[in-house]
Write a protein that binds this ligand. Structure first.
Ligand code: ZN
Ligand code: FE
Length: 254
């Protein structure tokens, strides 16, 4: 059985280590900062073998070179962003297999937040590392891609099995929940989850991982095809991609 260590880097970036007991291999998904990842490795006793990068933003790669130097870990990153990520050993594209010891992830290209953004899906373990594409109850800002690209990317992730556990790049869930309630307040599954998120954060606990099933039921950005959400954002009867774009615009305004 795979083991996972989840921790914070800075105020809201998630650090996450994935450990394969069968081989001793350990991956960090992204590397926003060296020191907290080294500390998490020391606490677990695991030795870093792999660095899986989702996208080129500094809060996801600033620790890559230091960790590679320290552990000799192999760096896997999206081919599209090869020029913007240091220390790459392997570039990957849609559908490529990425091995961490005996574990295997499939690469899912998810342009939108950045054009080169990828997610890592470990199908056998039912784990998704979604970076800054799909957040718990939210989605990433569109820094490089179009709303249509992001909508397509989110739907690729939403099509994974409902019991897939989702590890995202940031603990943004509380503010996402409050935003979601403004546009999907009559959704009882969302109301229940928002209350749970308020409680978890009040206790200082993480809201991650969620599951694809939970996100499909409660994440307003995945529910852009729902008539109630379309109406709430001012586009009754609107196409899902247009509703998604309007929702993302509303979130940008706060
Ligand atoms: Zn980012
Ligand atoms: Fe980020």
């Amino acid at each position: 059985m795979v083991e996972i260590r989840l921790f914070l880097i800075g105020s809201d970036n998630f650090g996450v280590l994935l450990h394969d007991p069968a081989t001793g291999a350990t991956a960090t998904i992204d590397a926003g900062e060296e020191a907290p990842i080294v500390a998490a490795l020391a606490e677990t006793g695991w030795t870093l073998t792999d660095i899986l990068v989702t996208h080129h933003h500094g809060d996801h790669i600033a620790g890559v070179e230091g960790l590679k130097r320290r552990f000799g870990a192999k760096v896997t990153a999206p081919a599209h962003d090869a020029g913007r990520i240091p220390g790459i050993d392997a570039t990957v594209k849609e559908g490529d297999a990425v091995r961490v010891g005996s574990l295997v992830a499939t690469v899912i290209e998810t342009p939108g937040h950045t054009l080169g953004h990828i997610a890592y899906h470990f199908a056998a373990e039912k784990l998704l590392f979604s970076g800054d594409t799909l957040f718990a109850l939210g989605c990433g800002r569109l820094f490089e891609g179009t709303p249509d690209q992001m909508w397509t990317s989110l739907n690729k992730l939403a099509a994974l099995p409902d019991d897939t556990q989702v590890y995202c790049g940031h603990e943004y869930t509380l503010s996402n929940a409050r935003f979601a309630l403004r546009y999907d307040g009559d959704n009882p599954a969302l109301a229940a989850r928002a209350a749970e998120v308020e409680r978890l954060r009040a206790e200082g606990r993480f809201t991650v991982p969620s599951t694809i099933g939970q996100e499909r039921a409660t994440n307003p950005f995945l529910r852009a095809g729902d008539p109630a959400v379309a109406k709430a954002v001012g586009l009754p009867g609107g196409k899902p991609a247009a509703v998604f774009a309007a929702l993302r615009e509303a979130k940008n305004r706060g």
